[in-house]
Write a protein of this length. Structure first.
Length: 335
């Protein structure tokens, strides 16, 4: 048997080299083409990137402007909110203040109503003693509209004699101020006012021996000064009454003297009555020039120790009022 001869295989034959050469040629051609187009592509890509960057910067700047605008609007809204909150707080405070004033006014109105009712009762009620005074021989009653609660109000001058002792200051001073205010209200207009304590000391030293002009401001000044007035007193109205009549009595003056007190420490009532009658001369119709009215304050009602002084004061004032065309009013409650 004839053995078959193996043919030697050539790895790098001509055909293979041709294929490889063609491949390398194609690669080189692609590279040449790519390099030929590279500037245009790079330029376009660069421009696209720059445009994207500009747009992004523009958007970021717009966002910053929008944020700043929103921040300004937010700050303005917060300022408006703070202003509204302050206005609300002010309104609440004003409402609370108005409510407090309304409550105070209502309470004051109630007190004034009580005072008006009390004063109306006093004005409408004539005691038997006042009726006797109005029927005294030689006494000509004033006009009907000049008498209130039995107290003639035809005088041109008003003079207060007020006990400033400790008992009056401690227990009855609020009522004293109230009664002075009520008396002044009864006299809408007079020529002069004066206030002295029971020892003849003036409340206003600048008007020593002179009348205080009657004006609304002066009346308020009298009440305001009276609230804090504190002057030494011996609990006897005699010195003040005598000093007032001697200092202010004139034949051409119609004077009403109001004595406010709770105590008389003197011993002899008769001597006081005679002294007052001597200096308080009568006019041609037999009427005293100075009317003497008195208010007795019940400060010592519960005090056994001062019972005699209290009774002497009431007796003295009743007699002086009766003999000097006045009225004596005994109060029953210091409140």
């Amino acid at each position: 048997m004839k053995r078959r001869r193996r043919r030697d295989t050539e790895i790098f034959s001509m055909s293979f080299l041709d294929v490889v050469s063609c491949g390398f040629g194609a690669v080189i051609l692609l590279l040449v083409l790519a390099l030929a187009l590279e500037p245009t592509t790079v330029k376009k890509i660069t421009e696209d990137l720059r445009g994207a960057i500009v747009k992004r910067n523009d958007a970021r700047e717009q966002h910053a402007q929008d944020s700043q605008k929103l921040a300004g609007q937010l700050a303005e809204q917060e300022r408006i909110l703070a202003s509204l909150r302050q206005q609300l707080a002010d309104a609440e405070q004003q409402a609370a203040s108005a409510s407090a004033r309304a409550a105070t006014a209502a309470a004051q109105l109630g007190k004034e109503a009580e005072k008006a009712a009390e004063l109306a009762i006093v004005r409408q009620r004539l005691s038997d003693e006042m009726k006797r005074l109005l029927n005294q021989p030689g006494y000509t009653p004033p006009k009907e509209n000049a008498v209130i609660g039995g107290i003639p109000v035809d005088s041109e001058y008003i003079l207060f004699i007020i006990d400033t002792s400790g008992s009056m200051r401690q227990y009855a001073w609020g009522l004293v101020v109230q009664k002075v205010r009520e008396v002044l209200r009864v006299y809408p207009e007079v020529k002069g006012i004066q206030v002295m304590n029971d020892m003849g000391r003036y409340m206003f030293e600048t008007y020593n021996g002179r009348w205080i002009p009657d004006t609304p401001s002066r009346r308020r000044a009298v009440i305001d000064r009276l609230k804090g007035w504190n002057s030494f007193s011996n609990s006897s109205p005699v010195e003040g009454i005598v000093a007032a009549i001697r200092g202010f009595y004139r034949k051409d003056r119609r004077i009403s003297l109001y004595v406010f007190g709770d105590d008389f420490t003197g011993r002899n009532i008769t001597n006081v009555v005679e002294e007052v009658a001597r200096i308080n001369a009568l006019d041609e119709k037999g009427r005293p020039r100075v009317r003497i009215h008195a208010f007795g304050f019940p400060v010592l009602f519960t005090s056994v120790k001062h019972r005699a002084n209290r009774e002497r004061f009431a007796h003295l004032m009743r007699v002086l009022a009766e003999r000097n065309a006045g009225s004596f009013v005994g109060l029953n409650d210091v409140r």
